[in-house]
Design a protein around this ligand. Structure first.
Ligand code: RIB
Ligand code: CA
Length: 313
């Protein structure tokens, strides 16, 4: 079975970084490129951080493309309060040698989808959907060529994390999310309903720290910083590890359960901007447009993550 071709669209962010490392540690996946976008921190930092992360995996072969530096319509909202000023606080990494590609991320996404056989490239957005939506708006012909969009974003039962109604990735660029959820490509949603069940408890962090490789040390350092905000907010034993859920789904979809339902995005109300209105109970006649995950085998997820991180430098 040839590896599955993916593009990771990201705003690293410690949890994005773990997702990237999980993908690079997994031979079932071929990372065609990493595209960066403004989100957790501004674009200049998400792009710098993506370069640092691939160097943790010693994978300077992975091309990195900088993308959009602001949402399609909204002013940028960032999350330094969660991720720190650098976006990767928790472990000091050296300046990367890997340069950014000259091509813009949106052009890379369009060109890759147009040149690869239809249905062979999967998009994994871990951030606000600005790059993906801009590509779809500029080149609507790519929508039917996308194998699947496996994104981290949204919430239903867990409601919001950046506002009472909205999850951060969708809140930052709701207009982009509306375009993506309406594009017709198969969409799988790893929402807070799933990621809030993926708490990095002390035994789970200790297992990663005890791997004996530098990757284990780095990831444990990132988690140690990243978790302080959510553990204080939720009073939980560890913070939710959001973005790696998308990669784990690609590696073992049996870890997750969900429903194929209608998901619409609130873009008009300032109060509920970015809310994912998920018709979990099928009470509307709106057509299903996404597989919205609702549960996950958390021990199985962490066993997979820890086992894969062990193979990295
Ligand atoms: O709400 C969680 C999401 O917002 C994650 O992707 C995290 O990295 C931040 O981007
Ligand atoms: Ca992210």
């Amino acid at each position: 079975m040839p590896p599955r071709k993916i593009i990771i669209d990201t705003d690293p962010g410690q949890d994005d970084a773990v997702a990237i490392l999980l993908a690079l540690a997994s031979p079932e996946l071929e990372v065609l490129g990493i595209t960066t976008v403004a989100g957790n921190i501004p674009l200049s930092l998400t792009s710098l951080n993506a370069r640092k992360v691939v160097e943790v995996a010693e994978r300077r072969d992975i091309p990195i493309y900088a993308g959009c530096d602001a949402p399609m319509k909204q002013a940028l909202t960032t999350a330094e309060h969660v991720h720190g000023q650098s976006g990767l606080d928790g472990y000091e990494l050296p300046e990367p040698a890997l340069p950014l590609q000259d091509t813009h991320a949106v052009d890379f996404i369009i060109d890759t989808l147009r040149s690869a056989p239809a249905g062979t490239v999967t998009l994994c957005p871990l951030a606000p959907l600005t790059n993906i939506a801009t590509a779809l708006q500029r080149a609507p012909d790519i929508a039917p060529r996308i194998a699947e969009i496996v994104l981290m974003g949204g919430a239903y039962f867990e409601v919001g994390n950046i506002t009472p109604a909205a999850e951060f990735n969708i809140y930052v660029d709701p207009e982009a999310a509306e375009i993506v959820f309406g594009c017709g490509a198969p969409i799988t949603v790893m929402s807070l309903d799933v990621t809030h069940r993926l708490l990095v408890t002390p035994p789970r962090v200790e297992a990663i720290a005890a791997l004996g490789n530098r990757t284990g040390e780095v990831v444990a350092g990132w988690i140690g910083f990243f978790e302080r905000f959510d553990t204080a907010k939720y009073g939980s034993q560890g913070a939710p590890l959001h973005d790696p859920s998308t990669i784990a789904y690609l590696l073992d979809p049996t870890l997750f359960t969900g429903r194929h339902i209608n998901v619409e995005i609130e873009t008009r109300s300032p109060l509920t901007r970015g809310m994912t209105v998920a018709d979990w109970w099928g009470v509307s006649d709106r057509p299903a447009n996404a597989t919205f995950m609702g549960d996950v085998d958390a021990p199985g997820f962490f066993a997979l993550l820890t086992e894969r991180l062990a193979v990295l430098p």
